[in-house]
Each structure stands twice: as C-alpha cells, then as structure tokens.
Design a protein around this ligand. Structure first.
Ligand SMILES: Nc1ncnc2c1ncn2[C@@H]1O[C@H](COP(=O)(O)OP(=O)(O)OP(=O)(O)O)[C@@H](O)[C@H]1O
Ligand SMILES: [Mg+2]
Length: 387
C-alpha cells in the first residue's frame, strides 16, 4: 500500500447497539488493523450524551456525564434507530438521529487519525443490521456526510455478511458447501447463509434479522427476576427500587445485571447487587436459573436461523456456522445452535464485523461476490469537522 491517500486507506465502523468497534487498512502496511477505541480495549460504549444540540459526547465520556445529569443521556441510540426513530427527544431538544451517529463517527475518526499521523481515511465502510430498511441505513450515510464523507466515499455492508467475509478470509481450503453466520449482539440477531463456490467468493442465499432480539432482552429478563426475588425477600427495598431509586442507583443495577449475565457464561453462578438509599441486597443467580429465564428467546433465535436455512434450501448442508456477537458467548446459545450444524471456532467476536466489512469491500473490488461497491477511488475527504 502506498501513501496515506491510497484508495485502500479505509476505516470501517461497526456502530453496535451496546458497543462500537472499528478497523482500518493501514495506509503504511496495507494490513488490516483493529482500532483501539478506549484506554483499555477495542470497544467503546455506543452511548451518547447531549449537552446541547451541537455538543454531543459519546462513549465513556457520555457514561460519565450521565452520572451527574441523566436528562441528556442516550444509552443505546442504535436501538432507537432500530425502532424506527429518526429524531431523538433529549431534554427539550429534538436531535436528528444522524447527528448522534456523526458524533460517534467523529470520535472514531479522531482516534484513527491520531494513529496515522493525522491523515484522514479516504473512505468509510459502515455496517448495519441485516433487518434495517434503506431509511435506517440512510441515517448512517447522512452521519458520514456530517463528518465530511459524502455518499460516494461511503460503502455500507450488512453485519452478518461482513462477519462471514472475516471468518473465511485466507481460507483457500474452505471451498464448497454452505456457511452461515449467527450474529447475536446487544440489540439484534442477524443471520446469513452463503454458498462458497470458490475460494474467497460468496453468494448470499438468504438473510434475516430480528431487530428485537439481543443481549438487552436477557438483561431485561434478569431485571424482572430481580423484581420478583426482591419482592419476596426484601419488600421495602423492592418498593424503594420501584418508587425512589436515583438514576445512578438504577444505572448501577443495570451494570450489575449485565456483568452477572456475562459472568454466567464462565461461572455456574453470579451475584446482582441492588442498592437504594443506602439499603442493599445481594442476590445470587445460578446459570440454570438464568437459562430458564432466556430459554424462550434462545429458541426463538434458533428457530429464526432454521427458517432462513429452510427458505434457502440448505438446511441439511451447512458446513460451518460462525457464531459472532457478544451474546453468542452464552453456553445455552452454543448448545442450541449446535443442533443446526457444526460451530466454527470462535475468534474475537468483538471486532469481526468491522474487520470483515473491509475484507468484503476488498473482495468486491477484485470482482468477488455481490454487486460492485461504489468504491471511493479518488475521494479526498475534507477534514472531519465537529458534528
Ligand atoms: N461473555 C458474555 N456472555 C454473555 N453476554 C455477553 C458476553 N459478552 C458480551 N455479552 C453481551 O453481548 C452484547 C454486546 O454484544 P456486541 O458488542 O456484539 O453487540 P453490538 O454490536 O453492540 O449490538 P448489535 O450488533 O446487536 O447492534 C451485550 O448485551 C453484552 O452484555
Ligand atoms: Mg454487532
């Protein structure tokens, strides 16, 4: 790869319901790189905090601001877009959804430029759930426009298709048969089934997404369990939680629930802490209890996949199922998906979509699968202004 303005100097952003991840093709080495988005790792929370219509903070900063002023906080803006909102009501303001996404892109761009001697990427690759409509996808492209990337410099790729490109990269032996992606994230479940007629090329045979099924459903199930158990064990605290809990106490409980859920993928039990007005209770949840709470949702997801396979007429012939997305780490999900076909090795489920989006675009360039992308061959974007 040549200079920083080389056309392959692309940034891919996977704007997730819970987390945002990004990857780029290094303008120096031409290698696929994951972009660190926080001091501790590759992800940043997709949350936003609106202090004024033209001042939107994102990621850890947004979480921090929310602690002192919950009124400007948007915990999962992508979820609202998935639900069909194009304008968010925040405090007294109406904030266009694409301005919030633009703030996320702006923050990612600052980081990728800092990693690459201040040079801006030539184009963006943005990923979206399989089930999003053209209007919902347009929120992403409008956001790109706000940060200096007009439509001809932006490519969109669906999340499960990006994931399959990542997993199948460089696997010359993996030819023939069908592969599927089960991308179980925070807010959506995305399924794709593809045939691989020759090395590195794919034909999409069927896709489907459930925009209302993800890790947040499991958080909600645990939260309901907390209400029931607390009502029995400590009715005063249950009433205080319902009527008198401060924002930071509710956020603390939300975090405790999420951490317990994630720990239950590794451990047989985990605790959830409830604190309201100095009163505290610690509840223990076993993996068996958790599995009973989520069984119906997991079965619904697996049934969706089975239907996609059936419709694509490949039900008996899936060579590998790639599990990706944070919620795919849940053992019960493995167990049930296994009934559909062999599960391929898990890689890093956090950044496969962003990296795979770049692989997908590169393949389209060299005449691989799918329609030709409008590749940003000569674009020289303006420096990204503050959104
Ligand atoms: N070890 C784990 N066990 C169970 N759930 C987990 C684990 N790790 C992460 N999760 C859950 O995965 C979800 C986040 O996954 P991911 O980052 O793939 O989603 P996303 O990309 O933000 O969402 P989406 O793709 O649906 O828009 C959260 O609900 C998180 O709690
Ligand atoms: Mg995702």
């Amino acid at each position: 790869m040549g200079s920083p303005q080389h056309p392959s100097w692309l940034l891919a952003v996977d704007f997730g319901t819970s987390n945002t991840a990004a990857a780029y093709v290094s303008p120096e080495s031409g290698r696929l790189m994951t972009l660190p988005l926080s001091h501790s790792g590759n992800l940043m929370p997709s949350a936003a905090f609106v202090s004024a219509p033209n001042q939107i903070e994102v990621g850890e900063v947004a979480l921090n601001r929310a602690a002192s002023d919950p009124s400007g906080y948007l915990s999962a803006p992508k979820r609202l877009i998935t639900l069909g909102e194009t304008v968010f009501r925040v405090g007294d303001w109406d904030i266009p959804a694409h301005h919030v996404v633009a703030a996320v892109l702006h923050s990612v761009l600052l980081r990728v430029k800092a990693q690459n001697r201040g040079q801006a990427p030539a184009g963006l690759v943005l990923t979206h759930p399989e089930g999003w409509s053209p209007q919902q996808i347009a929120v992403l492209t409008q956001a790109a426009g706000v940060v200096g990337y007009p439509a001809h410099t932006v490519t969109v790729v669906s999340e499960p298709q990006a994931a399959v490109h990542f997993y199948a990269r460089g696997r010359a032996g993996a030819v023939g048969g069908h592969v599927a992606v089960f991308d179980f994230g925070g807010g959506t479940l995305d399924i794709a089934v593809l045939s691989s007629p020759s090395a590195g090329s794919f034909r999409v045979l069927g896709t489907h997404g459930d925009n209302a099924l993800g890790g947040r459903n499991f958080d909600t199930a645990i939260r309901r369990w907390v209400d029931v158990v607390l009502d029995d064990r400590n009715p005063d605290l249950a009433a205080a939680l319902l009527n008198a809990a401060a924002f930071h106490e509710l956020r603390g409980l939300e975090e405790s629930v999420r951490r317990a859920k994630e720990l239950l993928s590794e451990a047989p039990s985990a605790t959830v802490e409830v604190t309201v007005g100095g009163r505290r209770e610690v509840l223990s949840l076993t993996r068996n209890e958790f599995e009973a709470l989520i069984l119906h949702d997991v079965e619904r997801g697996v049934e969706l996949a089975r239907n996609v396979f059936r419709t694509a007429r490949v039900a008996e012939n899936i060579r590998e199922i790639y599990l990706t997305g944070g919620s795919s780490r849940i053992p019960l999900v493995h167990k049930h998906v296994q009934a559909l076909g062999a599960i391929a090795t898990l890689d890093d489920p956090k950044t496969v979509v962003a990296q795979g989006a770049l692989v997908a675009v590169a393949r389209r360039m060299v005449g691989g699968s799918g329609p030709a992308a409008h590749y940003p061959a000569t674009a020289t974007p303006r420096p990204a202004p503050a959104p």
